[in-house]
Ligand binder design. Structure first.
Ligand code: ADP
Ligand code: MG
Length: 303
């Protein structure tokens, strides 16, 4: 874990609903608990993190939500504005030229630009310094759901191919270099212990192509405790117990055994990935807040 948290940027990705925001926040909390100054970046306009800490929605500026933990929400629109203003230096000019009826749709239509500028924003944040020191020890990115997460990672390279030379190209190259630097950046995949989500995770890993070595951990989220360890002997025991007055209890145990077997299978399949498999329990709390996320973070930290 230390090795993972020693990087500059962690990108957390996976299918929608598997627990990306939960894992990103838990990791960020754990790094902050260990004394790092951490920025948790939500992308694609997603804005859930402050709510988990009982705060109002984040803006484009970093907002403190816990000790040593700050968060901000990147939207493609604001990131594009920042990016173009960086190029032309005058914000008023941006508003005049790029946010008008003629140019607006053009800017929005550049393929991959939305993704590129959001990664570009992460790149800018990574380089932010104060008195010669990095402002952020670690940036955790709650990346968009895959499908989309993949195009985002690939955005700098696509832009480099599209432009060949010039400022767009140079910028994309800088951003690309940060995200393929294994010492600085790591990808973390999140999966649920069920057949389809595991298929999707393995498929995502395949499709990552040249980015595969960047995957430094896979988190298997929402594991339930197995009802007992000798799962393979349940069928035998069940036959011996088969009496009408036990049918409800047996059906209940059947379900728990089935789930435990699925989890075992998920664990087996995901351990084929050439990176550590980290496990997180399903928490029965009604709502996951700072306390629960801190607990999950410590579990990850101890793996
Ligand atoms: N380990 C867990 N235990 C209990 N609930 C969880 C766990 N992980 C995620 N959840 C819940 O599942 C839902 C989806 O998680 P979230 O992190 O928002 O997923 P994503 O960001 O991938 O869409 C949320 O309500 C979250 O609180
Ligand atoms: Mg999310």
């Amino acid at each position: 874990m230390r090795e993972l948290l020693d990087r500059r940027v962690l990108l957390v990705t996976g299918k929608g609903g598997v627990g990306k925001t939960t894992v990103a926040t838990s990791l960020a909390l754990e790094a902050a608990r260990r004394g790092q100054r951490v920025l948790l970046v939500e992308t694609a306009g997603s804005n859930q993190v402050p709510g988990l800490f009982g705060h109002g929605p984040a803006s484009y500026e970093a907002q403190r939500v816990a000790e040593d933990l700050y968060t901000l929400s990147v939207t493609p629109e604001k990131a594009i504005e920042d990016y173009i203003v960086q190029q032309i230096k005058v914000r008023a000019l941006f508003k005049m030229v790029f946010r008008n009826r003629v140019m607006g749709p053009f800017v929005d239509g550049v393929p991959g630009l939305h993704d590129l500028v959001q990664l570009g924003k992460v790149f800018d944040l990574e380089r932010e310094t104060s008195f010669g020191r990095n402002i952020w020890d670690l940036i955790v990115v709650d990346a968009p759901a895959t499908g989309h997460g993949l195009t985002m990672l690939d955005a700098p390279r696509s832009m480099m191919e599209l432009t060949v030379a010039g400022p767009f190209h140079e910028n994309a190259k800088l951003v690309h270099e940060l995200f393929v630097d294994g010492d600085k950046t790591a990808l973390i995949l999140v999966a649920l212990p069920e057949e389809m989500p595991v298929n999707e995770t393995l498929d995502l890993y395949e499709r990552l192509g040249a980015y595969r070595p960047q995957v430094r951990a896979c988190v298997l989220n929402e594991l339930h405790p197995a009802p007992f360890t000798a799962l393979d002997r349940w069928d035998e025991a069940r036959a011996a117990l088969s009496r009408p007055e036990l049918s409800e209890a047996l059906a209940c145990t059947d379900r728990a055994v089935l789930r435990a077997r699925r989890q075992e299978q998920a664990r087996r399949r995901l351990s084929q990935l050439p990176c550590p498999l980290l496990e997180l329990p399903f928490l029965y709390d009604r709502r996951l807040g700072e306390r629960q996320l801190g607990r999950l973070g410590r579990t990850l930290g101890a793996s």
